[in-house]
Design a protein around this ligand. Structure first.
Ligand code: ZN
Ligand code: ZN
Length: 286
């Protein structure tokens, strides 16, 4: 496969994943933002086994990686970036930004289309938000996302290096912005110019629909600013807000691996009361 074989790409990505996971999980122990409500051991086991299943199945079911697609595209001149002779650094920056915009649009789509939302709600059903939520995606979402990424490579025409850099960045930023880490508010405000912070993404995991349908960005926060989907803070504050889905409040449903895998196929009834339910808290169902 030329300069980047699948094994090299896999090793780079796995090493970055384990490194960032270790840094963020240790930071969460010493600088927690919120107390966790669900059993951590159970959640962590389910979320991490799910990511292992996903990595294995993508390898088996989708033989073409986005990097291999980029190499083919480079040979044949496919994609917008191959239409102009850019300086290498500018092409790299444009490719990463364009890829990030594609992932933003994909995320909006997974909220807007009911069938896709069924799959994506596994990510949102987590009762807590911590570093492992950053990799908690239903297998179908990961498979669809892998295909969408290959399509994005064909349209954008990034170099293979830009694709690897983006994949590593996406994974690292997802672990970072889902982490339960208490950053000083001044640092949070400064970082929000450049990257999505944990406080910014936590708003997206609120049970309140208008908060869930905001802050879709994973790496760059700019798409939310530009397209009007930015919400700076949760209405109830970061300590009081409720994380998850109104329809899934039971630990055995939210955090058990078999239930997580079945969740897209379950009919969930929304609580009858709007917004916060009867007494200011989401009702327990399931
Ligand atoms: Zn979402
Ligand atoms: Zn998320």
């Amino acid at each position: 496969m030329g300069e980047f074989d699948t094994a090299t790409e896999g090793t780079i990505r796995l090493a970055c994943f384990i490194g960032v996971l270790a840094i963020m999980s240790i930071s969460e122990v010493f600088l927690p933002r919120r107390p966790l409500v669900a059993r951590k051991s159970w959640r962590w086991a389910s979320n991490l086994i799910l990511v292992a299943i996903n990595i294995g199945l993508v390898r088996v079911l989708i033989p073409v990686t986005a990097v291999a697609a980029a190499m083919t595209g480079e040979d044949r001149g496919w994609g917008g970036l191959h239409l102009v002779e850019w300086p290498a650094w500018l092409e790299f920056v444009l490719a990463v930004a364009a890829f990030d915009f594609a992932i933003y649009l994909q995320h909006v789509l997974f909220h807007a289309v009911p069938l896709l939302w069924r799959v994506h709600r596994v990510h949102h059903a987590d009762l807590d938000l911590d570093v492992t939520t950053g990799v908690r995606f239903h297998t179908l979402e990961i498979l669809l996302s892998a295909l969408i990424k290959i399509g994005a490579v064909m349209v954008i025409g990034p170099s293979p290096v830009a694709v690897i850099a983006f994949e590593v960045l996406l994974n690292a930023s997802s672990l970072f912005n889902h982490s339960n880490v208490d950053l000083p508010s001044r640092l949070d405000r400064m970082l929000r110019w450049l990257i999505v912070t944990p406080d910014m993404h936590r708003v997206h995991h609120s049970v309140l629909p208008n908060e869930t349908n905001s802050n879709f960005g994973f790496n760059l926060p700019w798409w939310d600013y530009l397209l009007g989907t930015y919400l700076p803070q949760p209405r109830e504050g970061h300590l009081q807000m409720t994380i998850g889905l109104m329809e899934v409040r039971e630990e055995r449903v939210a955090d058990r691996l078999d239930q997580m895998l079945l969740l897209p196929f379950c009919r969930l009834s929304a609580p009858e009361e709007t917004e916060f339910g009867p007494k200011g808290k989401p009702p327990r169902v399931g």
